[in-house]
Design a protein. Sequence first.
Length: 141
Amino acid sequence: MAMTVGSSAKEADVMVDINTTPLIDVMLVLLIMLIITIPIQTHAVKLNMPVAKPPAPTTPPQVVNIDIDFDGTLIWNGEILPGRPELEARMRNAAALQEQPEIHLKPNKLVKYRNVAMVMASAQRLGLTKIGIIGYEQFIR
């Protein structure tokens, strides 16, 4: 009588699947911890802070309108300027004021960009800080 050495047919099947039970347990614990900690994060402390109203400006800002016509003509508050030196002299005086005026630059639709860039560069070089381009509606079709 011969004896078979080795493993039987039942022992030959090796389990190759991962055991997911511990993973599910860990995930459930993490989920419970998350559910418990969420209400703590949304807790708020209510404070009655004083509300201050900013003071109203005492005087309205002075506005200087600079128009640039289609041929490059400069117009300062309705007055035609003879050239760039006069424009820079007026800008220098405006920059020297304690409270600088607002410069509203309104170029014509047909003016060359270099004329507009020249005015903006002069304003920046002379120290004017409140400058804006207005009348952009004419450029929208």
